[in-house]
Design a protein around this ligand. Structure first.
Ligand SMILES: [Mg+2]
Length: 437
């Protein structure tokens, strides 16, 4: 999976002179909603607690307390400060619950009874009637969500939000991000979040987002899992196909119908067979996923990592025999990326290509230039140079062009060395790609 992962890492071909290996973390907070509740009700720690059902009615508890302890200071003002003193027996139980409410989160103690997220509360009531039922309080969870994310970006700035309780983090260039495969940095982040909030999380560190997402589940709760490319067979292939983020229940059923239960069994299928039964794009993706390949960059809210365009051909094309057609597609892809960059106001200095051959093997090459550009001709010229470095004797099913290392247009640090198209190789003569007969 080396070429695909290198492609999106932003680590160029010069990676040979640099030891940086792409390391992506997926961080998932442990039983997040329930853990946020246990912070204010520590007396419930270790007990089965489920979060779900209707809105919070704090005055229910308050009313009960006032009735039970008429002399106690349980006014609304003081109530919030005394949450940790509410006797456990005052909390509502799930027993006898009737209604259509669904569990959003269950504590690990509740999970031991077979209770899980998305389960109906009535079913959970049968499994563990003594479980304590707390209503959801999204405002509180959002508050903790903002806290743990800002702790992460203070340490590792390239983070992709994946919802209220999970994120991807690019460890590649962060100090400590390479040590022990990322374990050192993962430990630091885990400890920093815990020290500041009292919340635990689980982290998987892997060559890409796809594997990292699976790895974060390996040692829950409060775990760290490190997966390297070489671990694909031993750690990933035994897992159920459903563990791949992107294999939903429908696709999983269909795979099972073909006798494919594990990711290893999926990896053993011929790509063409997968395409035949699951369609060109999803079938090809299934194959890539089973082989642990995933070059998606992290999508940070503030700045895009790169912009790219790619196309899958209706039929596999050959660099020599289909030269005109490929050349036209190549030009169009460069123009589209350039237009994307201009529209969004970016320039880039790493220009790359991606090719998938008829046997589904993917290769990528990229090259960094002096200065930054969003010029279609410049992009095509450099991308053409990259294409000279790949095997063009085989048939091609996909071609992609990518521009990375982006800056806001006009803010380029090398603005004193602007690219002037007229001084460079003319566009027509720069047809470097399809000359390797
Ligand atoms: Mg979670």
């Amino acid at each position: 999976m080396a070429p695909a992962t290198r492609y999106a890492s932003g680590v160029s071909e010069t990676a040979a002179s640099s030891p940086l290996i792409r390391r992506i973390a997926h961080l998932d907070m442990d039983a997040f909603y329930a853990s946020c509740e246990l912070l204010r009700y520590p007396q419930l720690k270790g007990l089965p607690v489920v979060i779900g059902g209707g809105r919070r009615k704090e005055d229910d508890l308050l009313g009960k307390l006032q009735a039970a302890y008429p002399d106690g200071d349980w006014t609304e003002d003081s109530f919030a400060e005394k949450l940790d003193r509410i006797p456990v027996e005052f909390f509502p139980r799930i027993e006898g619950y009737t209604g259509r409410g669904v569990i959003t989160t269950a504590t690990y103690a509740a999970r031991q009874f077979g209770i899980g997220s998305a389960m109906g509360l009535m079913k959970a009531a049968k499994l563990c009637p003594q479980a304590i039922l707390l209503p959801v309080d999204f405002e509180r969870y959002r508050h903790f969500s903002r806290s743990f994310k800002s702790i992460i970006t203070d340490i590792a700035p390239v983070m992709q939000d994946r919802g209220v309780d999970e994120v991807y983090i690019d460890f590649t260039e962060v100090p400590g991000g390479q040590r022990e495969g990322g374990r050192v940095l993962a430990r630091l982040i885990q400890k920093s979040i815990f020290d500041a909030t009292g919340l635990t999380c689980s982290i998987g560190v892997a060559p890409n987002k796809l594997i990292a997402k699976m790895a974060s589940e390996f040692n829950k709760p409060n775990g760290i899992s490190i997966v390297h490319e070489a671990d694909l067979q031993s750690l990933i292939w035994p897992l159920a196909c459903r563990k791949i983020n992107g294999v939903g229940p429908k696709a999983d059923e269909k795979l099972k119908g073909f006798g494919i239960y594990t990711i290893g069994e999926l990896a053993a299928r011929e790509p063409h067979w997968l395409v035949e039964h699951f369609g060109k794009s999803y079938g090809a993706w299934l194959h890539e996923a089973a082989w642990g390949r995933d070059d998606r960059p992290l999508e940070t809210e503030s700045e895009p990592v790169s912009m790219s365009r790619e196309t899958t051909f209706d039929r596999d094309l050959h660099a020599v025999r289909d030269r005109a057609e490929l050349g036209a597609v190549f030009t169009r892809l460069c123009e589209q990326v350039a237009a994307d960059l201009k529209r969004k106001g970016y320039e880039g200095r790493t220009i790359g290509i991606k090719i998938r051959y008829d046997n589904f093997q993917a290769v990528t090459r990229d090259q960094s230039i002096d200065g930054y550009t969003h010029d279609a001709q410049r992009i095509r010229q450099v991308a053409g140079q990259c294409l000279k470095r790949v095997d063009l004797s085989r048939r091609i099913r996909l071609l992609g062009v990518r521009v990375g290392t982006l800056v806001k247009a006009g803010t380029a640090p090398h603005a004193d060395k602007p690219y002037i198209a007229a001084e460079e190789t003319p566009y027509e003569q720069a047809d470097l790609f399809f000359t390797d007969d």
